[in-house]
Design a binder for this molecule. Structure first.
Ligand SMILES: Cc1cc2nc3c(=O)[nH]c(=O)nc-3n(C[C@H](O)[C@H](O)[C@H](O)COP(=O)(O)OP(=O)(O)OC[C@H]3O[C@@H](n4cnc5c(N)ncnc54)[C@H](O)[C@@H]3O)c2cc1C
Length: 536
């Protein structure tokens, strides 16, 4: 049979692969996307495994996706709707055994009033803290959609880009320059201690800075991760988070529809086994079913480990093979999706409070979070984990039957490798039960309302999405793995040592999260090599 000829093949229908595919197709190439799973989206999917219940299988909340990409790929036309949180709360257990909660979201005046109940000093300091975090975001945001320069190169483009970086940095002024250097190297715990006194508020802020990372709140470098949770926006509200209506699969679906409508082709159940490389150039690939697909241009949305595992190491310089091996994944996150017969109550949160319509947190202080990390180091799931608890169906009723709800629980820390042995069904159930027990300590009627539950350990996340060790960002977001270091110094510009093989997944700059930037940046580099500019 005559094989269809494609100008480019994108590996993986994760959201970044789809973004890259959309741009390449719209730039005039004939593009094929090959996806190993029977469904698209990778870690950005909505899945129905139980009748009438749809879960955001992995990623569950929206903010980071670059507006410019959503607009240029017409995602709103293809059905994407984003609904902001309406609440959020940090639950507080008082020393006398009573409970309270600190509203964290719905309006900055409301947040301030609530903070003042606990600490006037923190209510004032919180404004300063938010200002300083958003200033750091202002510095980094324009870099998200740019290709990092190679600092060792004398090519005019790299020099221009270094100059741009330098100008932005010096433009901060002396005080903020020094502050920025400190910020990037500090632990989130030390950073927050400089501003705040209230334990619960600090733990609320700090927990988010360990997400997806096998580091603790007192590990240097974690302050930066605060930005990954603050540099998004919804409808121009900076730092806001929300839900994609229908779950995060709505993002992938809109991308897929945008791609198909511009003439692209997607094949699911089409896992790539290995790349075919001749004399340093990619010639095609062999699928897991043995099928050979010829192409001179491949864009891999798989993570670095998987991309390099598909290349014969003899085709790669040894130092690159070693660097790729040393790129850190270290899965540390788990997820539990729970179907509920009704809305559970929480101690400290009044019934029908808007706080329920956002993220709920129960960690009481940063020491507790640090101890949770100690458990990970010892190969155990955390006794008192960081939990990000949401009931999306309170805002988006399309995902559950009427009157019923689903709860998304993201948890940190859960090891990829357990000290006691391999993950098995019994250990997985014990982990899920432990998470339910932890929430139940604050939600007395939760257990009565559980209809069924899906538990994801890092091993499950790896098996389902291909994210190595279940690392949610396709590799940790630490300074040694960011910007011109991501994924490998010398190969941070979406190209690989193999001519014609590019990378577009979250292992590349600017990293993980449902952001789309790696996919868009990679497509721009591909087209530059083809002598064409695209606007993203
Ligand atoms: C549990 C969890 C919760 C998260 N929560 C959030 C959140 O709320 N908000 C947020 O912004 N981010 C969140 N993230 C992070 C975010 O989802 C990911 O960083 C992002 O989706 C990665 O996208 P990607 O396209 O780069 O890669 P992936 O989604 O990993 O896509 C890679 C694709 O390649 C496919 N593939 C792998 N191997 C092959 C092969 N051999 N052949 C063909 N195809 C292959 C995979 O099946 C997959 O579809 C979360 C992630 C997880 C796991």
């Amino acid at each position: 049979m005559q094989q269809d000829k494609y100008d480019a093949v994108v590996i993986g229908a994760g959201h970044n692969g789809l973004v890259a595919a959309c741009y390449l197709q719209r730039a005039g190439l004939k593009v094929l996307v090959l996806e190993r799973n029977s469904y698209i989206g990778g870690a950005t999917t909505s899945i129905s495994r139980y009748e009438d219940f749809t879960y955001s299988n992995c990623s569950y909340v929206y903010s980071l996706f670059r507006q410019e990409i959503a607009r240029s790929l017409e995602l709103y036309k293809y059905g994407l709707q984003v609904i902001p949180y309406e609440g959020g709360a940090q639950i507080i257990k008082n020393p006398d055994g009573t409970y309270d909660s600190m509203g964290t979201y719905w309006h900055e005046d409301a947040v301030r009033r609530d903070l003042e109940r606990f600490s006037t000093r923190d209510a004032n300091a919180f404004d300063r803290l938010s200002r300083d975090i958003y200033r750091q975001c202002d510095f980094i945001k324009p870099l998200l959609m740019r290709t990092p320069p190679d600092p060792t190169s004398f090519k005019p483009r790299d020099l221009m880009e270094l100059l741009y970086l330098g100008k932005r940095f010096y433009g901060l002024g002396e005080e903020r320059m020094l502050e920025t250097i400190r910020f990037y190297t500090m632990s989130v715990g030390d950073y927050l201690n400089e501003y705040l006194e209230n334990d619960a508020l600090k733990s609320y802020m700090a927990g988010g800075a360990t997400v997806g990372t096998a580091l603790g709140v007192y590990s240097p470098g974690t302050a930066y991760i605060l930005l990954h949770h603050a540099m998004g926006d919804i409808d121009g509200t900076v730092g806001a988070w929300g839900f994609a209506r229908g779950g995060m699969g709505a993002v992938s679906k809109a991308l897929n529809d945008s791609f198909l409508s511009s003439g692209g082709t997607v094949r699911v159940n089409a896992g790539v086994e290995k790349f075919i490389v001749e004399r340093g150039k990619v010639k095609g690939m062999q699928l897991e079913n043995g099928e050979i697909i010829d192409t001179k241009l491949v864009v891999s949305g798989m993570d670095l480990r998987r991309t390099f595992n598909a290349i014969d190491p003899n085709e790669l310089p040894q130092w690159v093979v070693d660097r790729a091996k040393n790129f850190r994944f270290r899965g540390s996150s788990g997820k539990v999706n729970i179907a509920l017969s009704g809305v559970p109550t929480f101690h400290g949160i009044p019934k029908n409070s808007p706080s329920m319509k956002g993220d709920l947190h129960i960690s009481q202080n940063m020491d507790e979070l640090e101890l949770a990390y100690d458990d990970w180091k010892a190969g155990r799931w955390s006794k008192n984990p960081y939990l990000d608890i949401l009931i999306p169906s309170l805002i988006d009723p399309t995902m559950t039957p009427e009157g019923k709800h689903w709860m998304s629980v993201f948890t940190q820390y859960c090891p990829y490798k357990l000290a006691e042995g391999e993950w098995n069904e019994q250990r997985k159930q014990a982990f899920g039960q432990h998470i339910v027990d932890c929430i139940s300590a604050y939600s007395p009627d939760l257990k009565d309302k559980i209809l069924h539950m899906e538990i994801r350990t890092p091993k499950d996340i790896e098996d389902e999405t291909g994210l190595t060790e279940g690392n949610i960002f396709q590799g940790e977001l630490t300074m040694d793995q960011l910007m011109f270091n991501r994924p490998i110094p010398g190969y941070a510009q979406y190209r690989s040592p193999i001519s014609g093989l590019y990378m577009c997944g979250s292992s590349t700059h600017p990293g993980g999260g449902v952001m789309g930037a790696p996919g868009a940046n990679a497509a721009r580099e591909v087209m530059l090599d083809l002598g064409k500019r695209i606007k993203s």
